[in-house]
Design a protein around this ligand. Structure first.
Ligand code: IMP
Length: 431
């Protein structure tokens, strides 16, 4: 395959960054197509830890072109800081390696202020957003008052639009949300500065990507978040404000359907989520706490502790159907070492009735009780295994059941944080 999308099949944080980083070795171009710096990919390369929020994970390889497509929402200050930080660590030295869409919308300080003030007012009903202004930025895109990188080309016109927006947002912040207004003058000064810094990356990214495909180059589309956080198909309202599945590649990167050869889903060997919302296979108590520590399950973007649960095959089937998954990469299998039994949620019961699919009303998901299949655990260290035959029989059995109950072939299995700690069964770029 020449064009491959990597998408999360749970609630985000599946370890997509590591898999994208691994696949980027065989790609020429890596593209972000949705979301913003609410995503955070933790990568360990040569023992060094990197957290990428906006820059695609190809940035940690030499000479890979990274593209931030039109479907993303980009905080310009956060992007400039991320590039500076990568460059100060000796990475990503050539400006030609980053392409930023003219059409991507900018996340402005008033978006962050609104996001945080709304969450504070919701109290115990809060969504648990990252607070980075992502939802309010997508709202402005849809209401056609958002500001795009393209607007920066004509600074006087940009200034007028910004002032209009600041007036309206401050009215809302003060009168409705009872929050502090933002300073238009400060925002303008920041934007004047960052404009010159980012102008060199701007390009028609749809043309760039399509030309690259036409020239026979391999393109990797890097999804952020996960299907259960999708604005349409996730656990609304406890979702993010974009489509996170493979279908978002077409709108978010300017690619025609049919030009995407395959989709690789990423899932943890268990499940996590941050923020509020239903989570049928959640593990509460000591085991959940122990797995949180063992798996270092604290948000890369916000540091929040993640909720922990068993692998949920109902979710995996849902994600496979919505994304047309060619295969599944399972991450962090090593974290389950020492857990006995290991459980797979194979179906739910809701009000005494069995559901093999996610119940049609997501509100009913709140009431879903998991039906588990228990399998014997293993105690051997997995982190050095590089083939299935090097895994203990019980770990192999667990993987087989995950594939069977999800209905998807396993393409990769992660057994540790480092790039090389991965069992590659099938590389989508090499099939
Ligand atoms: P927002 O995207 O900041 O608006 O947050 C909405 C919901 O999506 C919250 O529950 C967040 O915790 C969750 N979320 C957003 N991005 C990610 C991610 O990359 N990983 C995990 N959860 C995320």
């Amino acid at each position: 395959m020449k064009t491959v999308a990597v998408v999360g099949s749970q609630w985000g944080d599946e370890g997509k960054g590591k898999i994208v980083d691994l696949l980027a070795a065989d790609a020429d171009v890596v593209v972000r197509f949705q979301g913003g710096n609410n995503a955070a990919h933790t990568l360990v390369v040569d023992g060094e830890k990197f957290i990428l929020r906006l820059v695609p994970a190809g940035a940690l390889h030499d000479r890979k072109v990274c593209v931030i497509g039109n479907g993303t929402v980009v905080d310009p200050m956060a992007l400039a800081e991320e590039i500076d930080s990568l460059q100060s660590r000796g990475r990503f030295q050539d400006d030609a390696l980053l392409r930023l869409s003219f059409d991507a919308h900018m996340v402005m300080p008033y978006h962050r202020a609104i996001d945080r003030a709304r969450e504070a007012r919701l109290g115990k009903n809060a969504i648990g957003t990252t607070g980075f202004g992502i939802g309010p930025a997508y709202e402005d895109k849809m209401s056609r008052m958002g500001l795009r990188f393209d607007d920066l080309a004509n600074f006087p016109a940009f200034t007028a639009k910004l002032e209009r927006n600041v007036r309206e947002k401050n009215l809302y912040l003060k009168s409705v949300l009872k929050a502090k207004p933002v300073s238009g003058t400060e925002i303008l000064a920041q934007m004047r500065k960052v404009r010159g810094r980012l102008a060199r990356y701007l390009c028609d990214t749809s043309v760039y990507i399509n030309d690259a495909i036409g020239a026979g180059r391999r393109v990797l589309f890097e999804g952020a978040h996960g299907v259960m956080l999708d604005i349409d198909h996730g656990t609304f309202p406890y979702v993010t404000s974009s489509n996170c599945g493979a279908s978002a590649v077409f709108g978010g990167a300017g690619l025609a359907p049919g030009k995407l050869d395959g989709v690789l889903g990423i899932s943890k060997a268990y499940t996590t989520r941050v923020g509020g919302g239903p989570f049928p296979s959640e593990i509460k108590g000591k085991l959940g706490d122990a797995l949180r520590v063992e798996g270092d399950e604290f948000g890369s973007a916000t540091g929040r502790p993640r909720r922990i649960g068993w692998f949920d095959a109902v979710l995996a089937r849902y994600a496979a159907r919505l994304n047309g998954m060619w295969g599944l990469a399972l991450t962090k299998l090593d974290v389950l070492t020492g857990v006995d039994p290991v459980r797979i949620c194979v179906a739910y019961t809701v009000a005494g009735q069995r559901h093999d699919e996610i119940p049609p009303s997501h509100r009913r998901l709140e009431k879903a009780k998991p039906i588990y299949e228990d399998l014997p655990g293993w105690s051997e260290d997995l982190t050095r295994a590089r083939s299935l035959s090097e895994l203990p029989a019980n770990a192999r059995r667990y993987l087989e059941r995950i594939s069977e109950t999800s209905g998807v072939r396993l393409a990769m299995v992660g057994v540790g944080a480092a790039r090389e700690a991965t069992i590659v069964l099938e590389n989508p770029f090499l099939v």
